[in-house]
Design a protein around this ligand. Structure first.
Ligand code: ADP
Ligand code: MG
Length: 254
């Protein structure tokens, strides 16, 4: 893969009053990759994403998205990115097709609602309201809304939190498919198994600082090379494998 940076973050700092939430972080996201921002609660993941998304002011630092500087071209950046809306933004009385039509109008694009619902496997819910969807379906719909303006980059903040294993795998497939179609994906998660199967590269962020950045494979190899050994004998499967093996991969009331 050609490593062309599509996002460049240099010396990003974010203070909330006296509190330093993001402490001088720098990283690049390459075009066409799935980039994971990993870290415990409060690490600064959402703050970082929302600053790049132009939704939050930074304290200092330089951000360039697809060649455009965030300080001078925020409106142009907004046009090429897809951001998951908070569920509060989904008007309660509109069904999924009507919601998509509303967003299509706002973005002035010409996406066909049913075609978009097809992408996320929700055609049979076309006439349902957002609140009537299960957790996994809500997440799929919210990911669909990021695609309405046919963005170059989408931002997913903990899209699989709270989902059951089937719904989680289904969402992984969807995210891979979106990337396959040429969209760069930035995702936050605190599930390491998810990052391992999904992300081309990850940055581990803790207390506002990036403490590691690499491919999952190389990070693991580095740790092993440093002499790290697991204390327990590693089995060829884990409990999640048992669960999926016995209950199958088919989607439920996700
Ligand atoms: P993460 O997404 O990694 O869980 P956040 O970026 O949401 O972390 O938060 C990073 C830190 O900044 C946390 O300690 C959080 O409490 C604090 N924080 C986030 N938003 C605000 C805010 N609007 N005002 C003050 N502190 C905030
Ligand atoms: Mg967060």
């Amino acid at each position: 893969m050609l490593k062309t940076p599509i996002i460049s973050v240099q010396h990003l700092v974010k203070n909330y009053g006296d509190f330093k939430a993001v402490k001088d972080i720098s990283f690049e996201v390459y075009q066409g990759e799935i980039f994971g921002l990993l870290g415990p609660n409060g690490a600064g993941k959402s703050t970082t994403l929302e600053i790049i998304e132009t939704l939050r002011e930074k304290t200092s630092g330089t951000i360039v998205v697809d060649g455009m500087n965030l300080d001078t071209h925020p409106e142009s950046i907004k046009k090429i990115i897809g951001v998951q809306l908070q569920s509060a933004g989904f008007y309660p009385n509109l069904n999924l097709v009507e919601l998509i039509e509303l967003f299509v109008g706002l973005y002035q694009t010409n996406i066909e609602p049913i075609a978009l619902l097809e992408k996320v496997n929700l055609v049979d819910k076309a006439k349902s309201k957002f609140k009537e969807l299960s957790g996994g379906q809500k997440q799929r719909f919210s990911i669909a809304t990021t695609l309405i303006n046919q963005p170059k980059i989408i931002f997913l903040d903990e899209p699989t939190t709270g989902l059951d294993p089937q719904a989680r795998r289904n969402l992984w497939d969807l995210i891979k498919e979106i990337r396959q179609n040429g969209t760069t994906v930035i995702i936050t998660t605190h599930y390491m198994d998810e990052a391992e199967v999904l992300c081309d590269r990850v940055a581990i962020i803790d207390s506002g600082k990036i403490i590691a950045i690499n491919t999952p494979n190389e990070l693991i190899d580095e740790l092993v090379a440093s002499g790290f050994e697991k204390t327990k004998e590693v089995k060829m499967a884990n409990l999640e494998d048992v669960f999926i093996h016995k209950t199958g991969r088919a989607l439920r009331e996700d």
